[in-house]
Structure formats: C-alpha cells, structure tokens
Unconditional design. Sequence first.
Length: 117
Amino acid sequence: MKKLKKLIIYTFIILSIITNTSINANAHASEPVPTAKIYTEGIYHFDKSIGKKVTLKLITPQKPITVIIIEDEHDKLKYYFNLNKNIPLTDVFLDIPISKHTVLLEGPGQLSLTFEE
C-alpha cells in the first residue's frame, strides 16, 4: 500500500512538472551560405554584388591572374588586384553592394569569387 501511495505521488509530481513547464520553440534565421564560382580569363558582367564581402582566391597558385573591377555606373576603376603564389587570397569589404559592374580577368590562373553577406 505504501508503494502504491509513493507511485501515485511520484506520478502526480512528474505530471505536474510536465504540464506546468512551458516549451518555447523559436525559429532562427539560418546564416546565408556563401556562394562561390570559379572564373578564368575573360570579361564578366554582374548586375549586383551578392553581399558586402567578396573573397578572391587564386585556385592555381603557380599561375597568376590580374583582377580589374570597373563600376559601370560611373565607368571608374573600383579595384585592381594581382593574385599570385605570394598573394593567393584577398578579401574585399564593400560599404554597400556594387550595382552593375564589370570584372576583367587576365592571366592563365583560375579565380574563385565567394560572395558573403
């Protein structure tokens, strides 16, 4: 009989805890996944940069590449980089995303452009 009373009391306590405990589920926005593409020598036109940080990474360290970014709106040189085995990576931080721009790549190397927020 004492065991039955203890079982009832423990069951009551556990049920009270479960029913009186509130559970909050919050949905958090996931971090955007950086997108990267590989580019070779050529002229590329972009309507808008995807984020405020662009990482330029030389995929082929033994083959250099020159990167020239021109802002189309004002026809002005925005950035000039020469990536080689000594400088294979650089980050560009933008105050605001560039609207229309042209990227010129010159050289035998391959370049990865990674856009992040």
